[in-house]
Design a protein around this ligand. Sequence first.
Ligand SMILES: [Zn+2]
Length: 241
Amino acid sequence: MADTQGPPALPILTEISKLDVQIALLSAQKKKLIGDVAARKQVVDGHAAKSAVRAKVLVDKQTLCAKEEKSVKHERDRINERRAALNTLNNYKLQQAAEREIDYVAKQIGQREDLLLGLMREIEVIQKEVADADAVIRGLSDELTAFEKEASETIQGIDAQLQTLQAERTSQAAGLAGQRCLVDYNRIKDRFPSNPIVEVLNRDSCAGCFMKLGPQVIVQVSRGDVVKCPGCSRILRLAAE
Ligand SMILES: [Zn+2]
């Protein structure tokens, strides 16, 4: 496992691992921000969808109300005309019958007018509901816009940092190009992104999985060899002074 040529591998891997941990943290931060923006968008969209359904109900009821209002007014006008024409009937019995019919129809119109009033009150309630919901949506949208702006600025900053870190990593990794230990390290880093390289605790155990390490392993680590923990496969290094 020890590399025979070039600069000692372990210090370079340690530098790479520090960069990788920062890269992983920043990437997680970026991912969380993107997720937060999407979640907030979903909330606003949910409110908007609900409000749109209510707004459609409102329009339908308003259309129905206008139609009914017109129809009732027409009926009311006709009944008034008939009432005015009653005097022209010279037969008392006919007059009585016509009056009864007019009263009956007028009562029906009255009932329709009551229903119409009820519908108008309902429309007022829904109108207020829709207006309130729209105000909430406007508030949420404004918050979302502000949050999105802030998030996108933060993400820009993160991307710039990531670019610098990646460039640094690429140049560090160039020092170990083609070496087995870099391939191993990359595999370990995918499994343990937050600590691919761990210290030896109390000169006898792995700080990652706490497995006791044999004296041979300690000797190798002390020599600066790239040694993997037999328990968790993380790369081991001596504790910093
Ligand atoms: Zn271990």
